[in-house]
Write a protein that binds this ligand. Structure first.
Ligand code: SF4
Length: 327
């Protein structure tokens, strides 16, 4: 969602203002959060910050994109509105976009971690975040069509647990809006419509095809999370998990690192631009992973994330407080 640009004076005034009861001010980046605390409060703060503040790595590429656009064009205007929207949401501690999306939790934890207890606290935090307006009442019963005011229901929020060897518990939250989710796409290679075979060149072709198909929708500039291989289910799961990577990281697989760069460069030459208005920024990033496949299948799964790329992460201390922010 893009809001009308505010006059500079007003925006400055709001940015200076501290929001009562909020840790959200210019110093919040350096705050670790309560050293003592409980999991519920930590998750509530995680949700607040995910909904209202874009992570630094995303803000950085958005600012770079704004600099790149031709002056006095619709593309530059769209990027400036996006920039203002981000600043205003952070200053007022209000959602960056009215569609606060599907709530996804990704949790990496050691062996002795109680997942059931965690899910209880996370669900409570989702209810509270909805009450406080950090999350919109955004969860609909797919059979009855009724909206669920608490945001809880089968499959929502969505939990993804990974056991790891580290003693730390890391929780990442992502809010995935419907507009960008709708333009995600899965290809089965070979895809004869554009002569895309079962090799990396075929993969490149279908990714470009997916971006062309998404143009004007999904609130670009976008970020792609991609999985080469897997089955239909695991491919989409992995494509979303690729979005947890920092935008400035480097893929450890040199072949995929090269492909990620090529995709961003090629897509930004398509001149689809911010919100499909034309311009130099169609993509802000592209992250690609791969999974084993069976000989008979070759899927390429693409998750498209809009510019309102809301993901944040925390490391929990032993008593459940926030010991570290991950983005
Ligand atoms: S696609 Fe993103 S920016 Fe657009 S309405 Fe949905 S959540 Fe908001």
């Amino acid at each position: 969602m893009v809001k009308k640009r505010l006059p500079k004076k007003v925006a400055k005034k709001i940015a200076k203002k501290r929001v009562p009861g909020s840790k959200n001010n210019k110093n919040s980046k350096n705050k670790k959060g309560p050293a003592s605390g409980d999991v519920f409060s930590s998750l509530l703060e995680l949700l607040r910050r995910t909904s209202t503040e874009l992570p630094d790595d995303v803000q950085k590429v958005i600012l770079a994109a704004l600099e790149r656009e031709e002056k006095n064009t619709t593309a530059e205007y769209a990027m400036k509105i996006i920039e203002d929207n981000i600043a205003l949401a952070k200053a007022k501690s209000q959602p960056i976009c009215q569609d606060t999306g599907t709530v996804l939790f990704y949790v990496s934890h050691p062996t002795n971690f109680d997942q059931i207890k965690f899910m209880d606290q996370a669900r409570k935090a989702v209810v509270k975040a909805t009450e406080l307006g950090y999350l919109r009442q955004n969860s609909v019963n797919s059979v009855t069509g009724k909206s669920e005011p608490t945001n809880l229901g089968p499959g929502h929020p969505s939990f993804h647990f990974h056991q790891h060897k580290s003693p730390n518990v890391e929780v990442r939250a992502m809010l995935k809006g419907g507009g960008c989710e709708n333009v995600g796409i899965q290809y089965s290679l070979p895809y004869t419509a554009i002569d895309a075979g079962r090799d990396l060149n075929g993969v490149r072709k279908v990714i470009l095809d997916g971006v062309v198909k998404a143009q004007g929708q999904g609130c670009g500039p976008g970020i792609l999370g991609i999985c080469i291989g897997g089955d239909r289910g695991s491919g989409y799961l992995e494509s979303k998990e690729q979005l947890l990577r920092k935008l400035d990281d480097k893929n450890p697989d040199s072949e995929l690192a090269k492909l990620e760069q090529e995709i961003v460069q090629s897509c930004n030459k398509l001149m689809i631009g911010p919100m499909g208005f034309g311009g130099k920024t169609t993509l802000l990033g592209c992250k690609i992973g791969s999974q084993q496949r069976v000989p008979a299948s070759f899927f390429v799964s693409i998750s498209y994330m809009c510019w309102a790329f809301r993901r944040q992460g925390i490391q929990l201390s032993k008593n459940g407080g926030i010991s570290k922010w991950l983005y």
